[in-house]
Design a protein around this ligand. Sequence first.
Ligand SMILES: [Zn+2]
Length: 455
Amino acid sequence: MDPLPHTPGEMGSPTVALCGGTVVTSLDPPEVTTTDVVLAGDRVAALGPAPDGVPRRDCSGTLVVPGNVCAHHHLYSALARGMPYHLAAPTDFTEILQRVWWRLDRALDPAATRASALRGGLDALLAGTTTIVDHHAAPNAIDGSLDVIADALAELGLRSVLCYEVSDRDGPERARAGIGENLRFIAQPRPLARGMMGAHASFTLSDETLTACAGGAGDAGVGVHIHVAEDAADQRDAVTRCGRRVVERLHGAGVVGRRALLAHAVHVDPDEARLVGEADATVVCNPRSNMNNAVGHSPFTRRDGRVALGTDGIDGDMFAESTSGFFREREAGLAVPPDWPLLRLAESARFAGAVYDEPGLGTLRPGAPADLVVLDYPPPTPLATDNLAGHWVFGLSSVQVRDVYVAGEQVVADGRSTRVDESEIAAASRDETARLWQRLEEIPAHPFTPMGDEH
Ligand SMILES: [Zn+2]
């Protein structure tokens, strides 16, 4: 499937050595050391003095960290920045969907999808994010949409896990088309792109569609990536329409397994949390998005185990997300482990690593995929394993990103993409966005309303 070598024994000769930096080899547990990092092909080959004759990249005065993973993103939202809005202001989460996002997704065509993936992907890469787990929606341009995104991200050199969000809100034909798009893409993995089964949320899915998603995912050996109880409206719908709470319903349909990715999980009770834990499913928290939509605070943010972090389309900056999430936790109570951001980011990488069958993803140990970020960060105070978390929260930021490597290739050098012309992408994104916003003006609020939420 993936022609690239997977074990240190198969690695070729060293290709580059990153010399003189302080290196974070692991986030959980934190491990900081001072060493050269020798890459061979797409792997970390060794930590130690660079061999003679190997090209060197001077990293003195830098902090070398594993590439960040955004475990829940919507790249199509990259073209929504500054979007005009002329309808009555939304007063709750359902109205935000009906009046903003379910209008924008219906206006997407392949050109807009491509522009959003290039724009959002480039922003993420320049912010030190090397893997994006994306959840795409474009009800009027479903077929082939995941190839459009994968092609754009391949141009940038970014790693991804993609899916199309299946939903019945635009009718059964589009639900079937969404399942078909996922299965088609899952069957054609690329070196830097994998597929999952995407599903929107319990409240826009019939029993039949939900079962088809779970069955298709099971047959393909992948998990389902779905929004879970992001707002209380999802629970009201499940109880009113199905007589069960959201996680019980999804669990009954076979969605909540060890490969599942459950976004948000805000309005989840202890019995539902227990089901998620027993299934070993991964929850992905999105603190900035939850604050922005006023949907509440996930009980999973303080739980150990499979709890990852995503931006939900706010942007691709996991330094900002992890730091903001930490402060949100501190606001709710001071008993927050200082390494909270590191644990959450390590779980994001663990999830992506499981999809790629790469348990070393998110570490810089020998044999791990060479996905890493070089930060211009001469530490102003001593930095070591026992205080990495303090530097992460109070010192690190995406503005310090100097170099980015994905699968051993340098895709950002001195803060610039080595692959694409950034000014061309910016100009194309502005042009395509102008056309998208024009189409948006013609699209009314979406009529779909969750059961138990009619008003
Ligand atoms: Zn989302």
